[in-house]
Ligand binder design. Structure first.
Ligand SMILES: [Mg+2]
Length: 259
């Protein structure tokens, strides 16, 4: 894994700025700092300004685990080309047939609330097409994880995807961040794509083999990640956005002969 903002990688970012590049981001832990209560998550104002400028220079998309109804107000006014929620299962504006999935998720919620009633510090969030079981407030997080794993194992056709103090329960054959990313690449006919994420669900968007034209970036270096590059911290997202903007401005200026 290499530090994306290292001087040695400036050429890579410069070539992205010259090509038709789509910028794709996760939200929590990537554009917005992780906070104790997921409801309080928001971008710093500097990130918001940079992202809005980036969205005028590049097609920008978000793929998040949050439901669209939850994420849309947090991104209002930014001017994104595309927002995908529920780990790839819910597209803004699109209305896929999801009635049977929603019914199944409601049934899981009832069963999990009963089975996990004795485990302290848990909060089950119903996102319509998936559930998120938050256990950041649990004193014994290992016990919470064990209880969640065994409860989810008893559900029919459910899959558990881990995260930072959250266990996501999604339909076993549901689309994921990787399928959503490929769809976005096709939709925008991307020559090049930069994907930035910080968590286990983002690993599905980091292919294991070579993937020409896809630059995979993890927030925080990790030996077990499949991403090729890392940012040192969530704060570095601002530097990445600023560099991509400056590179594109330089390119536009040199093309118009002003330099
Ligand atoms: Mg995240």
């Amino acid at each position: 894994m290499k530090h994306l903002l290292a001087r040695a990688n400036r050429g890579l970012l410069a070539s992205s700025a010259r090509r038709h590049t789509v910028l794709v981001f996760d939200f929590d832990g990537t554009l917005a700092p992780i906070v104790p209560r997921p409801d309080d998550a928001h971008m710093r104002s500097r990130t918001r300004v940079l992202l809005a400028s980036a969205a005028r220079s590049y097609p920008c998309a978000i793929i998040t685990g949050r439901a669209i109804a939850d994420i849309a107000p947090r991104l209002r006014g930014v001017g994104l080309a595309c927002t995908v929620g529920n780990h790839g299962g819910e597209w803004e504006g699109a209305a896929p047939r999801t009635r049977h999935i929603r019914a199944k998720v409601r049934e899981w919620r009832v069963r999990l609330s009963e089975q996990l009633a004795g485990t302290e510090g848990l909060f089950i969030e119903d996102k319509g097409l998936s559930l998120a079981i938050h256990y950041r407030q649990a004193h014994d997080q290992r016990a919470a994880r064990t209880a969640i794993r065994s409860a989810v194992a008893s559900l029919p056709a459910a899959k558990l995807v881990g995260g930072k103090c959250v266990a996501n329960v999604v339909p076993a054959n549901a689309p994921h961040k990787g399928t959503a990313l490929r769809q976005i690449q096709r939709m925008f006919r991307a020559e090049s794509t930069i994907y930035v994420g910080d968590d286990e669900t983002d690993e599905l968007a980091f292919p294991s083999g070579a993937s020409p034209g896809l630059i995979t970036v993890r927030v925080g270096p990790s030996r077990s990640s499949r991403a090729a590059y890392y940012l040192r911290s969530q704060r570095e997202i601002d530097s990445l956005l600023a560099i991509l903007l400056a590179l594109r401005r330089d390119g536009a200026a040199s093309r118009s002969g002003r330099r």
